[in-house]
Design a protein around this ligand. Structure first.
Ligand code: SAH
Length: 218
C-alpha cells in the first residue's frame, strides 16, 4: 500500500487511486461523489485525502482510501443490490457502496459502538445519503430480518469467517473480510457457489478487531 501518498483534493486522491489500479472507473465515480473530508474529524481535515487511515474517536479508524477502493472494486457491486456492512465506523465505506448500488439498492451497516453509530448516521445525513441504514449492534451475527444479501463486507479484523455472515449470503453472492490476528490480516474474498464457499486470499492488511459473538472476544 502507498500509505504515504498525499493529495490536496478529493479529485486528486481519486486520480491517484485510479492510476495506481486500486479503483476502477465505477468505484472512482463513487469516490468522487462522496468527499472523504465529510467523514474525517475536523482536526484531521488537512489529511482527508492522504492514503492512510485516520482516527475517528472511540479508538476506531476510517480506513485508508486505497483499502476502501480495493474492497469496493473486488466486491463487484451492481445497481439494485442489497449489501450488509459490518463496522460502520465513519460511514465512508457505506457511502461509497450506496453510490454503487444506486437508488434502487440498499446498504445496511452495523456498528457495535453506539457513539460511532451516531457518528456514521450524522456523516451520512450531512452528505444527503438516503439508501444507507445504520444499525447499532453486534454485526458478527449478521442481520436476519433483511437477509439474504447480494454482498457482505466486513471492515474489521476477524479470526475467521463468522458463520451467520456466510449463511446470510445469497447463492452467487460475494463476501469480503480481513481474516487473521488482531495485528495483521489477509483480505479474503468469498464467493458462494452451489452452496459452497470459494475462498481467495489476496492482500495483507491491518484493521481494528471485530469484537463480538462470532469474532474476537472482548
Ligand atoms: N468502514 C469504516 C471503518 C471501520 S473501522 C469506515 O468506512 O470508516 C471498524 C469498525 O468496526 C469500528 O467502528 C468498530 O467499532 C466496528 N466493529 C467492531 N466489531 C464489530 C461488530 N461485532 N459489529 C459491528 N461493528 C463492529
Amino acid at each position: 500500500m502507498h500509505k504515504t501518498f498525499v493529495a490536496e483534493s478529493n479529485k486528486g486522491m481519486v486520480e491517484y487511486l485510479l492510476g495506481a489500479g486500486y479503483a476502477d472507473a465505477r468505484v472512482a465515480d463513487a469516490m468522487l461523489s462522496m468527499d472523504r473530508k465529510a467523514f474525517v474529524p475536523p482536526q484531521y481535515a488537512e489529511h482527508a485525502y492522504d492514503d492512510y487511515p485516520l482516527p475517528i474517536g472511540y479508538g476506531q479508524t476510517i480506513s485508508a482510501p486505497s483499502i476502501v477502493a480495493v474492497m469496493s472494486k473486488e466486491l463487484d457491486v451492481r445497481k439494485g443490490m442489497k449489501i450488509l456492512e459490518v463496522g460502520a465506523g465513519s460511514g465512508y465505506q457505506a457511502a461509497v457502496l450506496s453510490y454503487l448500488v444506486g437508488e434502487t439498492g440498499k446498504v445496511l451497516t452495523i456498528e457495535r459502538l453506539s457513539g460511532v453509530a451516531e457518528l456514521a448516521k450524522r456523516n451520512l445525513a450531512n452528505l444527503g445519503v438516503k439508501n444507507v441504514e445504520v444499525i447499532y449492534g453486534d454485526g458478527t451475527k449478521g442481520w436476519q430480518p433483511e437477509a439474504p444479501f447480494d454482498r457482505v463486507i466486513v471492515t474489521a479484523a476477524s479470526p475467521d469467517i463468522p458463520k451467520p455472515l456466510a449463511e446470510q449470503l445469497k447463492e452467487g453472492g460475494k463476501l469480503i473480510i480481513p481474516v487473521g490476528s488482531t495485528y495483521w490480516q489477509d483480505l479474503v474474498l468469498i464467493e458462494k457457489k452451489g452452496g459452497a464457499l470459494i475462498r481467495k486470499d489476496f492482500l495483507p492488511v491491518m484493521f481494528v478487531p471485530l469484537i463480538g459473538e462470532h469474532g474476537f472476544k472482548e
